[in-house]
Design a protein around this ligand. Structure first.
Ligand SMILES: [Zn+2]
Length: 144
C-alpha cells in the first residue's frame, strides 16, 4: 500500500491518500464546471483507495452550490479547495483535488477534461458511488 500525503497552502488541512495501486494508474480529471476551473482543480479518486482528511474544528468550509448534493471542502484560512464529498448509503465518499493539496506524484500529467453538465441527478450519484473513495474526515487539532 502507498500513502501519499498533502496539505492545503497554509497547512491547516492535512490529507493522506492510501492507494493499493500506483498513482500513475489513477485517473486525473479536470472538471469543467465554473467552480473547479476557478480553482484549477485536478482531481483523483479510486474506489479501492481511502482518503483521510484532518483539520482543526471549524478550519474547513463546507461549500455547496448548484444542486447542493456535494460538499466542497475549502480551507477557511487559505481558500484552497481540498476535496468534494457526498454521503451515500450511510457512507462518506470523496474525490481529492491533488493540485490543491500539492501531491507531487501527479505532477506533469495533463488532467482529462470532464464535463458532467448533461447528467441527471441519479446519473451523478451512480457515477460518484462507482468512482469516489471512502473518506474519513477528522476535525480535531492536527498532532504536530
Ligand atoms: Zn489552508
Amino acid at each position: 500500500m502507498t500513502q501519499l500525503t498533502g496539505q492545503c497552502h497554509c497547512g491547516a488541512v492535512q490529507v493522506v491518500l492510501e492507494l493499493v495501486y500506483p498513482p500513475s494508474i489513477l485517473p486525473l480529471r479536470a472538471c469543467q464546471c465554473g467552480f473547479c476551473r476557478a480553482h484549477g482543480a485536478a482531481t483523483t479518486s479510486h474506489p479501492e483507495s481511502h482518503l483521510h482528511i484532518e483539520a482543526a474544528p471549524g478550519a474547513l468550509s463546507h461549500y455547496r452550490f448548484g444542486r447542493r448534493a456535494v460538499d466542497f471542502l475549502i480551507c477557511r484560512t487559505c481558500g484552497v479547495y481540498v476535496a468534494s464529498t457526498i454521503e451515500a448509503d450511510g457512507e462518506r465518499l470523496a474525490t481529492l483535488n491533488v493540485n490543491g493539496v500539492g501531491i507531487q506524484d501527479f505532477a506533469g500529467r495533463t488532467p482529462e477534461p470532464a464535463d458532467y453538465d448533461h447528467e441527471t441527478d441519479d446519473e451523478r450519484l451512480v457515477r460518484r458511488q462507482a468512482r469516489w473513495m471512502p473518506l474519513i474526515l477528522v476535525e480535531t487539532q492536527p498532532s504536530a
